[in-house]
Design a protein around this ligand. Structure first.
Ligand SMILES: *Cc1c(COP(=O)(O)O)cnc(C)c1O
Length: 487
C-alpha cells in the first residue's frame, strides 16, 4: 500500500517508509491512498490473531504474510491474557470492549507491543542500518506501553517525555522504573500539548545524530494506528458469533478520546467495510472535540484542565487532521493546519460539518459526572470502571438520551484498568485513599473482586531510575545528547 501526506497527495511512500518516518516531511500525517476491503464474508471464520493479520496484510502488503503472522504472534500471545487483545463484556444494554489486559494495562499496549516488530521489519526492507530512536510525548499511557514494547529491542532507542505533574502516580512509576538500557524518560515542565509540539518540532528539524534515525511511537505513526483497526472487526465478529447482531447490522462505538487516534481507527475500519453506525467521541472537561462536532469550529484557545482522565487531557488532537484530510482534501487541510498553528483555530464550512456529523457524535463529561458514573455502574453491575471508560459511559448515556431512535447495538471501548487510577476511582466509590499505593490497590481488589494486575504491583517496588526534569526549550538539545549517548 502506498501512503501520502494529509497535506499533499502528489508524492507517495510505501508502508515501511511511512512506518519508519512516523510523520511526513511536510509535517502532515500519512494516509493510505485507498482503503482496501476487509473480506467480511470470512470474518466469522477468523481467530483472534487472524483478524489482526487480515487487517495488517491489507494495509501493509509490503510485508509477507509469514512476517506479519510471526510479528502478531510475538506481540500478543504472551503479553495478553489468553492472547486476547479485546475481550467483550456485556454491561446493561451495551458491551464493554476491555482493551487493558496487556502488559501496562491500557489500550495502547495493543499497538505498542506490535510496533517494534513492524519497525524492525520496515528497517530490514529498507536496508536501514542506523539505530532507530523513538521519540514519544505521552499523556501517561503511551509512555509506559512504548517503553515496555521497545525496552532492549536491538537496533532501537526510546526517549519518552511526560508532563511534569500531569500523569497519575502509577503511570509515573511505570515509566521511571523502566530498566531497559536503551530507554530515556524525562518529565517536561509543561502539559501534554507542549510536549507533543516539542516532539513534532524536533521531527521537523531532524536533529543530526550520527548513526541514528528518529521515528515516532505516537498515534501520528500509521504503524501505531493500524493494529487498532483490528479490534473493531473483532468486536463485530464476537457480537455476530454470540447472536447479538446479524451480519450487516450497524454497530455504534463509543471511544474515550484524546489525540483522536483510537476513534480514527474505528473510522478506518468503517472505510474498510465494517458496518459502523455512529462513532461517538467522548471527551472530558477538555471539550475541544465536543465543541468541534457541535459547531464545526476547532478552537484550542481555552483553558487547559488537568482531569481524572488525564490521558485525554489534550487540546490539539493530532489525528483529527487525518479525518479532515479524507473529507476536504490536502490543500484545505494544509490551510486549516496553518491556521491552527498561527491562530489556534479553524472553521469548517457548513457542508463539511454536516458530513462529519452524520458519522460522528461528540459529547463530554467532567470529573464530577465521571465519579457519579463510576459509583452508579458499580452499584448497578458490580463492575469498576477506570475514569476514561467512565467518561465513555457517561457520554453513551447522553447519546441515548439525545437520539432515542438509534437502536444500534453499542460497544464502549474500555481503555484502561481501574488499578492505574485508584486515586480517582476509590473516592468515587466513597472509599478512603491512602498515600500508600499498595494499600489502594489492595482496597480496589477487595471491593471489585478482580485480580490485581501483577505488572502494576511490581512497579510499586521497583527502583526509580529516570529522574530528569527539563524545560520545554531544552527538549531538542536533550534528544541530541541522549540519542548520541546510548549504546
Ligand atoms: C490514550 C488514551 C486515550 C485516548 O486515546 P486517543 O487515541 O489519544 O484518542 C483514552 N483512554 C486512555 C486510558 C488512554 O491511555
Amino acid at each position: 500500500m502506498q501512503f501520502f501526506s494529509t497535506r499533499n497527495y502528489d508524492k507517495t511512500v510505501d508502508a515501511p517508509t511511512a512506518i519508519t518516518e512516523g510523520i511526513a516531511k511536510d509535517g502532515g500525517l500519512y494516509l493510505p491512498v485507498s482503503f482496501p476491503s476487509f473480506p467480511m464474508e470470512r470474518l466469522l471464520t477468523l481467530d483472534n490473531e487472524q483478524v489482526s493479520l487480515q487487517t495488517l496484510s491489507l494495509l501493509f502488503d509490503e510485508f509477507t504474510e509469514e512476517e506479519l503472522k510471526t510479528a502478531i504472534h510475538n506481540a500478543y500471545s504472551e503479553n495478553f491474557e489468553n492472547g486476547d487483545i479485546s475481550p467483550l463484556t456485556p454491561l446493561g444494554d451495551a458491551y464493554l470492549m476491555e482493551l487493558f489486559h496487556g502488559p501496562t494495562c491500557a489500550f495502547k499496549d495493543v499497538a505498542l507491543c506490535l510496533l517494534p516488530h513492524l519497525l524492525r521489519l520496515s528497517a530490514k526492507k529498507l536496508g536501514i542500518e542506523d539505530d532507530i530512536c523513538i521519540l514519544t510525548a505521552t499523556s501517561g499511557d503511551t509512555g509506559s506501553a512504548a517503553l515496555f514494547g521497545f525496552s532492549d529491542v536491538p537496533g532501537t532507542k526510546i526517549i519518552v517525555f511526560y508532563p511534569h505533574g500531569g500523569v497519575s502516580p502509577m503511570q509515573r512509576r511505570q515509566m521511571v522504573t523502566c530498566p531497559g538500557k536503551n530507554t530515556t524518560v524525562a518529565a517536561v515542565k509543561g502539559n501534554f500539548d507542549d510536549a507533543q509540539t516539542g516532539v513534532k518540532n524536533i521531527f521537523a528539524n531532524q536533529p543530526n545524530v550520527n548513526g541514528v534515525r528518529f521515528s515516532s511511537a505516537n498515534s501520528i505513526n500509521i504503524g501505531r494506528l493500524a493494529p487498532q483497526i483490528a479490534y473493531y472487526f473483532k468486536a463485530y465478529r464476537d457480537l455476530c458469533k454470540n447472536g447479538k447482531i446479524a451480519m450487516g447490522d450497524a454497530v455504534n462505538f463509543v471511544v474515550p478520546t484524546g489525540n483522536f487516534g483510537d476513534i480514527l481507527a474505528g473510522y478506518f475500519a468503517k472505510k474498510m467495510g465494517l458496518p459502523v453506525g455512529r462513532l461517538i467521541c467522548a471527551s472530558n472537561e477538555n471539550r475541544v472535540l465536543t465543541d468541534f462536532f457541535e459547531t464545526g469550529v476547532y478552537d484550542k484557545n481555552r483553558p487547559f484542565h488537568l482531569t481524572a482522565s488525564a490521558s485525554m487531557d489534550i487540546l490539539i488532537s493530532s489525528n483529527l487532521e487525518r479525518l479532515i484530510s479524507l473529507v476536504v482534501g490536502p490543500e484545505k487541510t494544509a490551510q486549516y493546519m496553518k491556521e491552527l498553528k498561527e491562530s489556534g483555530r479553524y472553521s469548517l464550512d457548513k457542508e463539511t460539518h454536516e458530513k462529519l456529523n452524520a458519522e460522528f457524535f461528540g459529547a463530554n463529561a467532567d470529573d464530577k459526572e465521571t465519579a457519579v458514573i463510576i459509583k452508579k455502574v458499580f452499584e448497578k453491575y458490580h463492575y469498576v470502571m477506570d475514569p476514561h471508560t467512565a467518561v465513555g459511559y457517561a457520554v453513551y448515556e447522553k447519546y441515548k438520551a439525545e437520539t432515542p431512535k438509534d437502536k444500534n447495538v453499542t460497544v464502549i471501548l474500555s481503555t484502561a484498568s481501574p488499578y492505574k487510577f485508584t486515586r480517582a476511582v476509590l473516592p468515587a466509590l466513597g472509599t478512603e485513599v491512602f498515600d500508600d499505593e499498595t494499600a489502594n490497590m489492595e482496597t480496589l481488589r477487595i471491593i471489585s473482586g478482580t485480580e490485581m494486575p501483577k505488572a502494576l504491583f511490581a512497579t510499586l517496588h521497583a527502583e526509580e531510575l529516570h529522574k530528569d526534569v527539563i524545560e520545554i526549550e531544552d527538549m531538542s538539545a536533550y534528544v541530541e545528547r541522549k540519542a548520541a549517548k546510548h549504546e
